[in-house]
Design a protein around this ligand. Structure first.
Ligand code: ATP
Ligand code: MG
Length: 138
């Protein structure tokens, strides 16, 4: 079991001014930030990040959306980080997200759902490596 996960605050949330409130909820849930950057993906970079979904019908909309504005990328640490963070963010579709979760609080739709959270320890490592060099994390 790893104690690290990877997150992005997605363009819908950064553009609505929710960045501070989402980070506050993450930190209050016990996570410490091990790396963080404010950046913007190209459509090609968004495609590489979500490569696993390339054959899905929503892939085109997903990469267009994820490159439409700035994001905040971060590596977070806490015991049982991956599983607990998925609980904290709630279901992919905010309509199904539990009360008090980040997606329930801040997401508008299944496509524009405010935050990303890694789904396994292995993907947390891969996704953190996608954004951060050794110099940018501790
Ligand atoms: P994420 O990987 O961003 O944390 P997730 O793990 O909850 O989300 P995935 O199945 O990995 O969900 O889908 C990746 C993203 O693709 C979702 O966050 C959502 O924005 C988009 N997506 C997934 N399913 C659909 C769908 N049926 N229609 C539109 N967009 C979708
Ligand atoms: Mg996912």
């Amino acid at each position: 079991m790893s104690n690290r996960t990877f997150t992005m605050i997605k363009p819908d949330a950064t553009s609505k001014g929710y960045t501070g409130a989402i980070l506050d909820q993450i930190i209050k849930a016990g996570y410490s930030v091990k790396a963080m950057k404010w950046t913007k993906l190209t459509i090609e970079q968004a495609g590489l990040f979500y490569d696993i979904h390339r054959e899905r019908p929503f892939f085109g909309d997903l990469v267009k959306f994820m490159s439409s504005g700035p994001i905040v990328a971060a590596i977070l640490e806490k015991e049982n980080a991956v599983e607990d963070f998925r609980t904290l963010i709630g279901a992919t579709n905010p309509a199904n997200a539990a009360e008090g979760t980040i997606r329930k609080n801040f997401a508008a739709s299944i496509g524009e759902n405010a935050v990303h959270g890694s789904d396994s320890d292995e993907n947390a490592q891969i996704e953190g490596d996608f954004f951060f060099s050794k110099l940018e994390r501790f």
